[in-house]
Design a protein around this ligand. Structure first.
Ligand code: ATP
Ligand code: AH0
Length: 404
């Protein structure tokens, strides 16, 4: 037998596995690297986060990625070069982290690499009958494996699409396996570039679990922070705090068909970008509002669309429960007090916390997710979510790259 195959077989049989989860999100802030210890699978998954760091991206890399990111027309050579380059770079970043943590590649069983999303096109967005849902992540897993010498699982989203999903949010698998608790209605709210949540019923009935994107999280805030402040983001919502919400603009921003569509649904900066905001400003004659007012309006837009989506699953809605719901926040948006306070004001009946209180650092949660997904591919694969009726196909994800 190929020795690498034997190694994989051995890893799958170990009582615990050390898996490094890698996530580079739509904010392009850097690579999240989560070293996890995992045992069990499916709802019996147990995960301990041993180490976590975000390796920041150099400005030049951000510019290169932005050249092709979420754009319908791009320089294809750049995409081709970045696919290999990002794979190698992520591999090198893993090696640097291991060095800092006084570990070697031999201490790690698997790398689980999300790659960099460069385009996301669910059918509801591209509207071309003959084409299925589609999504594209680059940073090829073979390069990660060859650079680190560690067996790598990557490109997790394609199997989800192949089984009728939109390729996202994948968080639902990890959220259900790791955070579901009998007797508690939990909502896991992640606020990255795009916001999404997973609904976990108190019954823990997998058929009732579902997940959806809600629309923009930080993506528009970051785009305008770059323009107005020459900063990657509006730290602590400082600029937004100085502004007043324009109700007319806010209402126009909420007119996207995305918000009318039923759950589950996904989106990205392909839809929610500066052009989208500019069109809404032109329609409402608000092109001359101050930078602070625009930022305040965009924060309110994220907060409203997040809370309006969550409200649809609260007691009194179709779930019929009267229990209090606890919302566990994660992702960079949880550090923006203007955003979180606006959400809390809109959902006064909910209790709020962070996933940190469930043992997983909210900044690390998405990287941990990919370690959980890789673990599931190696040792699980049987957890069923109601035959995909909830948009959560029962599949294992990730392609296997041997280093040699
Ligand atoms: N102190 C802060 N004040 C305001 N915003 C913050 C703060 N810290 C982080 N953020 C926001 O969080 C973002 C990074 O979030 P995160 O790393 O979760 O995004 P991502 O993983 O790239 O996104 P996605 O989940 O869409 O893939 C920053 O770009 C910024 O908008
Ligand atoms: C296509 C893509 O990369 N989508 C991301 C993005 O970032 C947040 C939101 O949009 C989410 O749906 C998804 O990532 C997380 C990790 C997910 O799949 O759960």
């Amino acid at each position: 037998m190929n020795q690498q195959l034997q190694k994989l077989y051995d890893v799958a049989q170990k009582p615990t596995r050390r898996i490094i989860g890698l996530m580079s999100g739509t904010s392009l802030d850097g690579l999240d690297v989560a070293l996890c210890q995992l045992s069990g699978s499916g709802p019996d998954t147990s995960v301990t986060l041993e180490q976590f760091t975000t390796v920041p991206y150099e400005d030049e890399l951000k510019t290169d990625i932005r050249g092709i990111f979420a754009k319908r027309q791009i320089d294809f050579e750049v995409a081709c070069l970045l696919n290999a380059y990002i794979g190698r770079l992520h591999g090198q970043m893993v090696l640097d982290c291991l060095h800092t943590w006084n570990l070697t590649p031999a201490d790690i069983d698997i790398v689980a690499s999300h790659g960099q999303t460069v385009y996301h096109a669910p059918k509801s967005q591209h509207r071309q009958d003959k084409f299925p849902n589609a999504t594209l992540q680059i940073g090829d897993g073979d390069h990660v494996a060859a650079t680190t010498g560690i067996i790598t699982l990557s490109d997790f989203r394609q199997k989800h699409v192949a089984h009728g999903g939109e390729g996202a949010p994948l968080a639902v698998y990890g959220d259900y396996f790791v955070f579901s608790k009998a007797g508690e209605i939990r909502i896991l709210l992640n606020m990255g570039g795009i916001a999404n949540f997973t609904y976990l019923p108190a019954s823990q009935d997998a058929n009732l679990v579902f997940t959806t994107d809600t629309g923009p999280g930080n993506t528009l805030l970051d785009a305008y922070a770059r323009r107005f402040l020459n900063q990657p983001f509006d730290e602590n919502g400082n600029l937004a705090a100085q502004g007043r919400v324009s109700t007319e603009l806010l209402n126009a921003l909420k007119q996207s068909p995305f918000f009318e569509a039923p759950f589950p649904k996904t989106t990205g900066p392909e839809v929610f970008n500066i052009s989208y905001v500019e069109r809404a400003q032109q329609q409402t004659g608000t092109t001359d509002i101050t930078d602070a007012d625009l930022m305040a309006t965009l924060v309110q837009f994220s907060a409203d669309t997040i809370s309006e989506a969550i409200r649809r699953v609260l007691p009194g809605s179709e779930t019929g429960s009267t229990q209090q719901t606890r919302i566990y926040m994660s992702g960079g948006g949880m550090h923006n007090p203007i955003l979180t306070k606006a959400i809390q004001r809109q959902l006064p009946d909910c209790a709020f916390g962070r996933t940190d209180e469930l043992g997983i650092n909210g900044d690390a949660k998405e990287a941990v997710l990919f370690a959980v997904l890789a673990n599931e591919t190696l040792v699980g694969g049987t957890a069923s979510f109601g035959e995909g009726r909830s948009g959560v196909p029962t599949v294992t994800m990730g392609k296997i790259s041997f280093p040699y």
